[in-house]
Unconditional design. Structure first.
Length: 156
């Protein structure tokens, strides 16, 4: 190549470009991996593990459904008992009303309303005097009362 010529000799670069392409393709290797056949022990173990997990999930769902059904039946029973309680309270209020009591006393017990002719007045000759008789307690009863009074005094 001369220094005064403006043209370049590109043939010199063609070989190196071709060689680098070959080098790049040589670096890329396609490796086919075949799937390893699992050992029978691993397959059985994984299958058993999956079966156990599935059984656990199904079992928990069955228990959950059973508890839910029990909750529903108990809720229905609570509602039934609440309505029975309301009915009984209403019946008690009806039976304890004043008119019902008066009717029961007149018809079943044979009682009558008080009439002014039935009222009797008592007069006392001594006035408003009350007499209290003396206690005739024996010695054991008096001792018991003394002990009780002492214990009460100690308690404050």
């Amino acid at each position: 190549m001369s220094r005064g010529n403006a043209a370049y000799d590109l043939s010199r670069y063609e070989n190196t470009a071709h060689q680098t392409e070959q080098e790049h393709t040589a670096d890329i290797k396609v490796i086919k991996q075949t799937a390893e056949a699992g050992s029978p022990v691993k397959i059985v173990f994984i299958t058993l593990l999956a079966g156990i997990i599935m059984a656990g999930v199904v079992s928990s769902k069955v228990q959950q459904a059973s508890i839910h059904a029990e909750i529903l039946s108990l809720t229905a029973e609570v509602n039934e008992l609440a309505s029975e309680n309301t009915r009984m309270e209403t019946e008690i209020e009806r039976k304890s009303a004043l008119n019902s009591v008066e009717e029961y006393a007149e018809n079943i017990l044979g009682m009558q309303k008080l009439d002014k002719a039935q009222i009797e007045y008592l007069s006392l000759e001594n006035g408003n005097v009350i007499e209290i008789s003396e206690n005739s307690d024996n010695i054991f009863v008096k001792a018991k009362h003394a002990i009780e009074d002492f214990v009460e005094y100690l308690r404050g």
